[in-house]
Design a protein around this ligand. Structure first.
Ligand SMILES: CC(C)(COP(=O)(O)OP(=O)(O)OC[C@H]1O[C@@H](n2cnc3c(N)ncnc32)[C@H](O)[C@@H]1OP(=O)(O)O)[C@@H](O)C(=O)NCCC(=O)NCCS
Length: 129
């Protein structure tokens, strides 16, 4: 059975590890503390029955505009994907953003991998004799 709850400071190391396994954007542990101390309700974890952290959201308000919320990071371990965990984690974070800070939107910036494809067009050389 999996459960979702708001993270506390004791979860931050496991969240940091989950992030390192799943994403190329890795944050310093103190950035997790910054989130937990500044916006204690905006980061959630999913854990299995053994207490293993299998997914998380890391949420915050934007420093320049506290009427905007930002999902700093979301990840779910590979073995736990496609079970709507990310959906529930994000929904809960969004709900707290709305209920506690009265902010109705939350954005997530995602890196888009740009593939540069080299296209070579080869014209057949016809040797007309
Ligand atoms: C992206 C990620 C968090 C999704 O976790 P998840 O728990 O498997 O997602 P869910 O099961 O809640 O899926 C929710 C919806 O997103 C869709 N979805 C999930 N992963 C997807 C993917 N890689 N590509 C396209 N759609 C995807 C699901 O099909 C589902 O849509 P549906 O309701 O129409 O079926 C997970 O794949 C992951 O950790 N990836 C690596 C980290 C990452 O890319 N994080 C996002 C940038 S910070």
């Amino acid at each position: 059975m999996l459960s979702i709850r708001t993270c506390n400071v004791y979860d931050l190391l496991a969240m940091h590890q989950c992030n390192s396994i799943n994403l190329p954007e890795n944050y310093n542990l103190k950035y997790y503390f910054y989130h937990a101390i500044s916006w204690p309700s905006l980061s959630q974890i999913a854990e299995d029955c053994s207490g293993k952290v299998c997914g998380y959201t890391l949420g915050k308000l934007e420093e320049e505009n506290e009427k905007k919320a930002h999902l700093t990071s979301v990840a779910v371990l590979k073995n736990y994907r496609k079970q709507k965990l990310a959906y529930y984690l994000i929904t809960l974070t969004h709900q707290y953003v709305n209920d506690i800070y009265n902010v109705d939107n939350i954005s997530l910036h995602v890196r888009v991998k740009v593939l540069l494809v080299k296209i070579e067009i080869t014209y057949p050389i016809l040797n007309a004799t």
